[in-house]
Design a protein around this ligand. Structure first.
Ligand code: XCC
Length: 634
């Protein structure tokens, strides 16, 4: 392979940890289009002020940049204020996006309960459990109860910031509530918290870095209990709770002979309707007439994980997961994708230039998403979902007719994957009680649990950091739970197969073999970080301790965007040591850096660990797990 322009130090194109993506990178270079890898190089060197979070662009006196010569902005704001304020603003974007996702699910549950959508209530037990918890009369018929729960969640979302969120009080461990109440960070509704945070971070309203950091914690709790746990709970009620399933991942799963539709984004509603529609005899016949051997729907990023987790199978037309955020341009470069349905976030504008080299059509399926040059929009409406799904499948069939077979190049790469893990699945696998898992932890066969989650980032090479950390942890008998783009990373490298237990330490290997599970469990999309919160709560409750006492750590080794900022702060507030890479833009303030990496631990039990070397990061997480084991006397 020739020397790669994007990574001058490498002898081959090693920008990605995945061979399939590197092969497609060569293809994009032949095609003369740039990708994330190339544009990353073009952006070097990047702005040091931005990297450290010490650039303020809020008012027209700015931009102000903090230096030794100019230690304050024109208004007098210090580096501490600017860094803390920028952090809260990043997080606010995250909570805003999560709230959009949640609202789409609430609207869909309501319309479904009224019989107006192609969906059916997928988990009636969970509906009754949660409805009972929030005080609804569970003797009511399913649809009526679902509608009432949707109304309650909508009210919760819109609650004032002075009205504590019901889900926090009902679901959080008691010890956590005490810590949060003491700090005065019990949150209200996410929309009000967002309003407050954005108001506070206007120029010259809240310039106290400590109060801003408390705001960051508070925002993260509203995000965690509504945007994460609320969303996954309602999604389970609507689409079903994940159960064990098998699937496959990587670019090599693309079938050159079928109509290929990619579900790309985070909200799995349109994709679920499209899978249903694609199976109808009418659509199958249209595909045959177009010369295709069928219709396949593929997952990409978090929407794909949602589909896979809920057991969408090949028999139902779901063909598996193509990859994560960095894979998006490369999946199109295969020339075998007919239609990409882009929902909510993480569709990058770079996709359009690659799509223009082929017949591939990009369509936005969410009213908030628009991309320069993309003319087709089928904005999701619950009541119209069935027709919209048919329209999308027909669009894909039309595109298939224009596919140029001579331009199709599908790389090798087709990894089997076991998916569908959740608290319920784990309980099922363990015979209804967490005890066998807890015993394995107590006896040291499993040293601890690490949630390796969140995005992928090219700053240190696509998926390389995450994969190294996962491998180091399992080698040292730490069970890994993956979610978000890190799930795809693990799937493609065979870590979500029971056979991957061979790469684990002896203790974890034995447990995995006994249960027939992989050492890296797929918990799903980034919103499923909420599911990890539920799991850690269940473990803490079972042991009668606070989450901060558990041998549990979190890592977002390749964090990228604003939702991940909110997730990371939530993990800290939840009491976990939270490894974050690359270095977040806070180092321009010694105060903020110290609070996040040290002081906050005495307040909420968790703290941020910043370490860019994946081996050292794993080592530090292992030390933390060992410390917590000692604390528990195990
Ligand atoms: Fe986007 Fe979820 Fe991040 Fe991946 S993980 S880069 S948000 S797709 Ni959430």
């Amino acid at each position: 392979m020739s020397k790669c322009q994007s990574c001058p130090s490498a002898t081959s194109c090693g920008a990605s940890a995945h061979a399939s993506v590197n092969q497609m990178h060569e293809r994009t270079k032949e095609l003369g289009v740039t990708t994330v890898f190339d544009r990353y190089q073009q952006q070097q060197p990047q702005c040091g002020f931005g990297m450290q979070g010490i650039c303020c662009q809020l008012c027209s006196h700015g931009p102000c940049r903090i230096t030794a010569k100019a230690p304050q902005g024109i208004c007098g704001a210090t580096a501490d204020t600017i860094v803390a304020r920028n952090l809260v603003r990043l997080e606010s974007h995250g909570i805003a996006a999560y709230t959009h996702h949640l609202e789409e699910i609430i609207k869909t549950i309501k319309a479904t309960a009224q019989g107006k959508t192609p969906y059916k209530i997928g988990d009636e037990n969970k509906l009754r459990d949660i409805a009972g918890l929030v005080g609804l009369d569970t003797s009511k018929p399913t649809n009526q109860l679902a509608e009432e729960l949707a109304d309650v969640m909508l009210q919760e979302m819109r609650k004032g910031s002075d009205e504590p969120l019901a889900l926090v009080k009902l679901l959080a461990p008691k010890t956590r509530l005490e810590a949060w109440e003491k700090l005065g960070i019990m949150p209200g509704g996410p929309l009000s918290e967002l309003r407050d945070a954005m108001t506070k971070t206007m120029s010259n309203i809240n310039t106290d870095p400590i109060d801003l950091l408390l705001t960051a914690l508070r925002l993260s709790l509203s995000t965690g209990y509504m945007g994460l746990i609320g969303t996954i709970t309602l999604q389970d009620i609507l689409l079903g709770t994940p159960s064990l399933t098998t699937s496959q991942a990587d670019l090599g799963i693309l079938d050159p002979e079928t109509v290929n539709i990619v579900a790309h984004g985070h909200v799995p509603l349109v994709a679920t309707a499209v899978i249903q529609a694609s199976q109808s005899e009418e659509m199958q016949e249209l595909a045959r007439q177009a010369g295709a051997r069928g219709i396949k729907v593929y997952g990409s990023m978090c929407t794909g994980q949602e589909l896979m987790q809920r057991g969408a199978s090949s028999a139902q037309g779901f063909a598996g997961q193509l990859g994560n955020w960095i894979t998006q341009e490369f999946m199109i470069a295969t020339g075998a994708v007919d239609l990409v349905m882009m929902d909510m976030n993480c569709s990058i504008p770079g996709m359009k230039a690659v799509a223009d080299k082929f017949h591939t059509k990009l369509v936005s399926v969410d009213r908030i998403l628009r991309m320069a040059g993309v003319q087709d929009h089928v904005d999701y409406e619950p009541e119209k979902a069935a027709e919209q799904a048919k329209e999308l499948v027909k669009m894909a069939i039309e595109q298939f007719k224009q596919r140029d077979a001579s331009k199709v190049q599908i790389p090798k790469g087709n990894a089997p994957a076991v998916a569908g893990f959740s608290v319920e699945t784990i309980l099922g696998a363990l015979g209804g009680s967490l005890d066998p898992l807890l015993d394995a932890v107590k006896q040291g066969a499993i040293k601890g649990i690490a949630a390796v989650v969140g995005c992928t980032n090219n700053r240190n090479g696509h998926d390389g950091q995450g994969l190294t950390i996962m491998k180091e942890l399992i080698k040292n008998d730490v069970l890994v739970i993956a979610a978000g783009c890190m799930s795809s990373a693990a799937q493609i490298e065979y870590l979500q197969t029971p056979e991957a237990a061979e790469e684990a330490g002896d203790g974890l290997k034995a447990v995995c073999r006994m249960l027939g599970i992989p050492p890296v469990l797929n918990f799903g999309s980034c919103v499923d970080i909420g599911r990890i919160g539920v799991a850690v709560t269940a473990i803490a409750n079972a042991l009668g301790v606070d989450p901060s006492q558990l041998p549990v750590v979190a890592s977002a080794p390749e964090y990228l965007e604003q939702k991940a900022v909110a997730d990371g702060v939530f993990a800290v507030a939840f009491g976990l040591l939270t490894h974050i890479g690359p270095v977040p833009p806070v180092t321009g303030s010694a105060l903020v850096t110290k609070v996040l990496t040290e002081d906050v631990e005495s307040l909420v039990g968790g703290k941020v660990l910043v370490e860019e070397d994946p081996y050292k990061a794993a080592e530090k997480m292992l030390q933390h797990i060992e410390q917590k084991r000692q604390g528990l006397g195990i």
